[in-house]
Ligand binder design. Structure first.
Ligand code: FE2
Length: 183
């Protein structure tokens, strides 16, 4: 297992179609799902030779703390990760290991209408906290995590690929290694 759950990427920030934010904000919700081709420029839909098909959008206000969950939309063990563009505000992500948490509960995710694994808040603070100011990040979506807003309104556009589901985190980090920069 690579030692981190989040890696900063030297990826361009100018990747969205001109009307992407209008499409996203017209839904007036803090969490939405979109076709990647409606949001990203065509040249972004094949990063690293993978098909990037889906965009998850979420926003957090200053002080807003998300629920601990795994982006694991079924009870199988398929892997999930994302390339996250963060802009408009400051925030962080916290991670735990499965062993540090107890009794995952499946809840129906409102936007995706799929079961997602959610966890109670543990008594132990996260040992893996990542400050994520505006920038681009490779994030592990399977390890339990939550997002936190620190200041302003933090918008996250997370690009997802079905092609990562049969890969491991090690393999994905290896694929992106030439783009990883020190955090
Ligand atoms: Fe997540």
């Amino acid at each position: 297992m690579p030692k981190e759950y989040v890696y900063k990427l030297n990826f361009p920030s100018d990747v969205l179609l001109p009307d992407a934010m209008d499409k996203i904000s017209s839904s007036r919700v803090h969490h939405s799902i979109h076709d990647a081709k409606d949001i990203f420029k065509p040249e972004c839909l094949n990063w690293m030779g993978l098909k990037w098909e889906t965009v998850y959008y979420f926003s957090k206000r200053a002080g807003q703390v998300g629920q601990i969950h795994s982006d694991c939309y079924s009870d199988d063990d398929s892997f999930e990760c994302g390339i996250n563009w963060v802009f408009g505000g400051d925030g962080s992500m916290e991670y735990w290991t499965e062993e540090e948490l107890i009794h995952p509960e499946y809840e129906l995710e409102k936007v995706l209408n799929l079961p997602v694994r959610k966890y109670e808040v543990p008594s132990s603070p996260s040992k893996h906290s990542y400050h994520m100011p505006e920038g681009v990040y490779l994030i592990n979506g399977v390890a339990p995590h939550r997002g936190i807003g620190i200041s302003g309104v933090r918008h996250v556009i997370s690009l997802r690929s079905p092609d990562v589901r049969n890969k491991t985190w090690e393999e994905v980090v290896e694929m992106f290694k030439d783009y990883i920069v020190e955090m």
